[in-house]
Structure formats: structure tokens, C-alpha cells
Design a protein around this ligand. Structure first.
Ligand code: KIV
Ligand code: ZN
Length: 407
């Protein structure tokens, strides 16, 4: 309703070269089903999780963090079911550095074709002091014992230094070096509290790659929260500095202000492929359907202006923008809606719209007013648009018949 389709064209400035992407690829670790569902209002039961997991597999994510098996019997069952059913992605379960958590998680992951235990332990001064009551050495010893235990129970171990971005970099490098020696193959430096900036996180990743022993044998991972609205920017900065796994969620759901949004990261890496030089294995045409599935399951809509998947992401109302779009879509769109699974660009008719868009929409509805008739319709259209936020096809039909709608 009220939508005007613009002809699709083939722009060559957005790179979709799957082979190039495979050569230098960022692994997409989706935590919608763990960090995402941890947020108030987003909890998912095991059936909902299974539906989402199928969609995430079809989307092409590399790793699915299916849950926190020790958290509840239903979460254990959800992780076990996902591990049994999905074949392509690595299935991951979260565990604290405690033997009970590790053994429970390993049991949940047993049916997986490819399994990963994700261990986490805080390393920052406020967490060591106020949360754990542990010394630096105690933290390292606890992590090492846990990694060594987990290593024998699954295919791979990821270690997260919780609150890494507020941890002393030299100590963090020491923790990570011990984690690698104990058998961790992915090292995650989460910005647990959404505190860092792009410049700072890039510096930290560059530092870690220089100072962690055997850094070239492991994957560095970024996991950013959005408390200051920088989760996506920070994740991308980490990628620029060598991170090759990004932890993110559909629609950016997650603790407090959320996690980094998967669809934004994936499209940034694709649209700006020459800048970043690394791609993902994601089928971007499934981004919008996956986003919609999550909103249906949780009942939580995304904001209209949300990047990539919001209702306005490919909608234009202003006359100047619409006129440009009717001439060439590259004037005001940097990606094609079809590339993210949205059917078409919408030129929404409202008080900011111009004659070109009005004429085109009328024509699409089968009306071919001459210039004088269009002048008259345009005046009445503007009067109606001032009263209504959006002028729909039904309104235009009424205007064309001389039956101006009452508002
Ligand atoms: O934000 C965080 O630190 C986490 C860890 C469990 C990785 O979610
Ligand atoms: Zn988190």
C-alpha cells in the first residue's frame, strides 16, 4: 500500500563474491539463543529455539551458541535438541569455569556433529575484586583447569575473558597465553559492559595478536554490547585489527542495550568489502526473513528506523530523494533491498513527497492524468498528506475519483 517500485538494476559496487569471501573470512558466531534470549522480554522456550536454530543454519552462520545448559532443564534440552538436529554449524554451549557446568554442557552437546564448549571467566579488576574475590593467578589457574577438562569432552574450546575491555592488556595477554597452552582454540575478548570505543578495541586486538603466545594458531573473537551505541562499530574495528570471529545476534538483541547486530555487521562487511577485505559465509537474502521470524517468536518488533531490517530501511518519503531514486537507485541507496531479502524499495507518499512520485504511483494504479489534472491532484494530495502521515493507494484512488477522503 502506498508503495512505488523502482526498477531493479545491477549495481556493481556491492561485492557479493563468495569465493573472495571464503579466502579471508570472518566466522559469524550467533548468540541470539544465549546472550540474546538472556534479555528481559526475549526468553525463548525449546521449541522456539529450535525454529530459530533452523533459520540460523539456513542463514549460514558458522557457530550457533544454543544456550547455557546449566541454566535450566529446558535450556539443556534445547541445546541437546539443536545439537542432535543441525548438521552444518558448530553447536556451542556456554559454561562457567566449574566442573559441574562443563560436564553438563558436554552432555548436552554430545549429539552434535561439531561441538564447542564456551568457557568464560572474568579478568577485569572490578570483577576480580568485587565479583570473584580472586587474585590474578587464581583466575589463570581456574581458567586453565576448566579448559583442560573441557578439551577432552568436545571438539573445540572457546575461552572468554569476561570484561576483557576493562582488563589490564598485559594481564589479558598472559591469561590468553595460558588458555592457548591449555587447549583453547578461540579467544574471545568481550566488551561485556559496552564500554570501549572503536579506536581502543582495535588497539587491544593488535596488542593481543602481538603478545599472546602462539597467537597465529588461534582465532581471536569479538563480542560487543551496545550500552553506548557502539557495538557494531567496535566489532568492525576489532575485525580491522584481526578478529576473525564476531559474536552477534539477530536484531541486536541481548543483555541491556543488546549485542552487536548480526545483520548490520554482515552488510557492513559486504557493502564495504573493498575497505574491510574480509567477508562472511552468510546468505544475506535470508537476513530479513530471519529478523522477522525472531520478532514473531518473541513478540518484540524492531524500531522502524533500524538499519538493514527496519521498516524504513528501504523507504523514501522526501520528494528530493524520491526524484533521485526514480532516476537511479544508487542516488540514495547503498544496498539493494533484495540483497537482504526485502522485496522492494518503497517510495512512501507523504507530505514531503513530490509530483514525480505521485505521477508514478497513479500510473501504477492505472491513472494517467494530464498535466492540468495532475496539478489539481497534487494540491489535493498535499492537503490530505498534511492531515495523514502516509497516503495509501486507497486514498489515491479516492482522490483520482474526486472523492477526497475525510480524515
Ligand atoms: O558479555 C559477555 O561477557 C558474555 C560472555 C559470557 C562471553 O556474554
Ligand atoms: Zn555478552
Amino acid at each position: 500500500s502506498g508503495a512505488i517500485m523502482t526498477p531493479s538494476d545491477t549495481r556493481s559496487d556491492d561485492c557479493s563474491d563468495a569465493n573472495g569471501a571464503a579466502a579471508a573470512r570472518v566466522r559469524i558466531f550467533d548468540t541470539t539463543l544465549r546472550d540474546g534470549e538472556q534479555a528481559p522480554g526475549f526468553s525463548m522456550d525449546r521449541r522456539a529455539k529450535l525454529r530459530m536454530a533452523h533459520a540460523l543454519e539456513a542463514l549460514g552462520v558458522d557457530i550457533i551458541e544454543a544456550g547455557f545448559p546449566q541454566a535450566s532443564p529446558d535450556d539443556f534440552a534445547a541445546v541437546a535438541e539443536i545439537a542432535r538436529v543441525l548438521r552444518a554449524p558448530t553447536i556451542c554451549g556456554l559454561a562457567r569455569c566449574q566442573s559441574g557446568d562443563i560436564d553438563t554442557t558436554a552432555r548436552a552437546l554430545e549429539p552434535a556433529r561439531h561441538s564447542r564448549i564456551h568457557l568464560f571467566l572474568s579478568t577485569s579488576p572490578p570483577h576480580r575484586e568485587h565479583k570473584l574475590g580472586m587474585s590474578k593467578n587464581q583466575v589463570i589457574d581456574t581458567a586453565v583447569v576448566a579448559i583442560e577438562r573441557a578439551r577432552g569432552l568436545c571438539d573445540e574450546v572457546e575461552f572468554s575473558a569476561e570484561d576483557a575491555l576493562r582488563t589490564e592488556p598485559d594481564y589479558l595477554a598472559e591469561v590468553f597465553s595460558a588458555a592457548v597452552a591449555a587447549g583453547a582454540t578461540t579467544l574471545n575478548a568481550p566488551d561485556t559492559v559496552g564500554y570501549t570505543t572503536p579506536g581502543e578495541i582495535a588497539e587491544l586486538f593488535a596488542y593481543l595478536r602481538r603478545h599472546v603466545r602462539d597467537a597465529d594458531k588461534v582465532i581471536f573473537s569479538t563480542h560487543c554490547h551496545d550500552d553506548l551505541g557502539m557495538a557494531v562499530a567496535n566489532s568492525l574495528a576489532a575485525v580491522s585489527a584481526g578478529a576473525r570471529q564476531v559474536e552477534c545476534t539477530i536484531n541486536g538483541i541481548g543483555e541491556r542495550a543488546g549485542n552487536a547486530s548480526l545483520e548490520e555487521i554482515v552488510m557492513a562487511l559486504r557493502v564495504r568489502a573493498p575497505y574491510f577485505g574480509v567477508g562472511t559465509g552468510i546468505d544475506t537474502r535470508k537476513l530479513y526473513p530471519t529478523s522477522r521470524l525472531l520478532t514473531q517468536i518473541t513478540g518484540q518488533a524492531v524500531p522502524r528506523n533500524k538499519a538493514v531490517v527496519g521498516e524504513n530501511a528501504f523507504a523514501h518519503e522526501s520528494g528530493i530523494h524520491q526524484h533521485g531514486m526514480l532516476k537511479h537507485r544508487g542516488t540514495y541507496e547503498i544496498m539493494r533491498p533484495q540483497d537482504v531479502g526485502i522485496a522492494e524499495t518503497r517510495l512512501v507518499l507523504g507530505k514531503h513527497s513530490g509530483r514525480h512520485a505521485l505521477r508514478q504511483r497513479l500510473q501504477a494504479l492505472g491513472h494517467t492524468p494530464d498535466d492540468a489534472a495532475l496539478d489539481d491532484l497534487f494540491v489535493r494530495f498535499k492537503a490530505l498528506a498534511d492531515k495523514k502521515r502516509e497516503v495509501h493507494d486507497e486514498d489515491l484512488e479516492a482522490l483520482a475519483l474526486g472523492q477526497d477522503p475525510d480524515v
